[in-house]
Design a protein around this ligand. Sequence first.
Ligand code: PMP
Length: 453
Amino acid sequence: MKTEEAITHTKEDASKGIYDHACDVIIGGVSRNTVYRKPHPYYAESAKGCYVKDIEGTERIDFANNMASLIHGHVHPKITEAVIEQIQRGSAYTLATEAEVRLADHLTKRVESIQKVRFVNSGTEAVMTMIKAARAYTGKPMIAKAEGAYHGTYDFAEVSQVTSPSKWGSLKHPNSVPLVKGTPKEVTDLVAIFPFNDIKKTLDILDSHKDKIACVLIDPVPHRVGLTKATNEYIEAIYKWTRENNALLCFDEVVTLRVHYGGAQDDYSVKPDLMSMGKMIGGGYPVGALAGRTDVMDVLNPQKTRLRFPHSGTFSANPVSMTAGYMAMEMFDQEAVYALNALTMRARKQIEEAGRIADIPLSLTGAGSMFRVHFRENPPLSFREAYQNEEERAIIKAVLDHLFFESNIMMINTCACMFSTVMTGKEVDRLSEGMLNAFKAIKPKLIEANLIK
Ligand code: PMP
């Protein structure tokens, strides 16, 4: 039996052994490309707090936190206890549960733009449901989104998620680039792409499709665009445009809800009509949510005689995710948000200092409890500025590998960190020390790639 073969490997090559077996039964050996790594991914054995142990027995500090979803780190005792209590009473029923009402009540009180909520199972589903709700509300077919922004894997949301100089076209009219071969042209034709934070060009692009745009989809601090914050003027300008053109402003706060107590939208003078959430609101379990103004959310309301958007999902609002999410959000109160953001700021300063000591070009972008490291003097302000060529990608990989293997530190593969409330100054010190060592190690590569004069 192959399974038996897999467990007979020596401790040192245990992950390689499982991966060999995985390749026989899972395409490419992985179910999410995020964990893919050459020559093989590492397999987790267990985790606690901000540490994860792989099956070889190496323990690493976890600055990835399952792609920003574990706001309180791993196996938080209060969340685990609440989940166990719920699981013993059932994991999913074809009945509603009070757990979803509790989490919805928390979110409506917490986030200014939220009047009503509907839960789904992932951020992808939340964004998809939001786009469909916007179409149902406005009766229009198109969406507009920022070049390079990641919003999950719905056909329309993933247009121009990955693009490059040979494909992206002029900045005045960025091309709508499909991610997946075979994407119907009708899909790309219905997605207008704009350059993030550029008011004039964005408004010109929106104007050229004004009769067709149902919503402007925007992540206020988009990770793949460079983790740079949208300016207040930019969001105000888009908001105003949507008011004048029968369109909705839709925020994707799947990641950015962590930025302030009430989400990244606390930074803006105008609020979205709809928003998507996910990740941390599930307390470590799969979740997504769509939320916003009652009159817009009403398109999903089964009490209406003319239901414009029939919607269901087998595991939507399952009581395990709802229970874990409620506990996580209650614990991530105003004070916890401030403390986490302050700790993250301390890490940013220490890493900048490490860059100065190693004498390499370095800038950090981000907001709240997240940041991204760029190997250039000035922080990128747009997707095209943040775009990395192959040499830059190789440098980032070298830094991440150095951290992973030499300092036992895990980060997100764009060279980003998402903090959790169980971290302390000790983990921050280890991170900046690990960074300094990695910077020194990659300096010759930076010189070779002409990134240092
Ligand atoms: N929106 C944003 C901004 C995201 O970062 C992600 C996931 N990284 C998604 C949507 C999709 O969420 P999920 O992976 O839960 O489908």
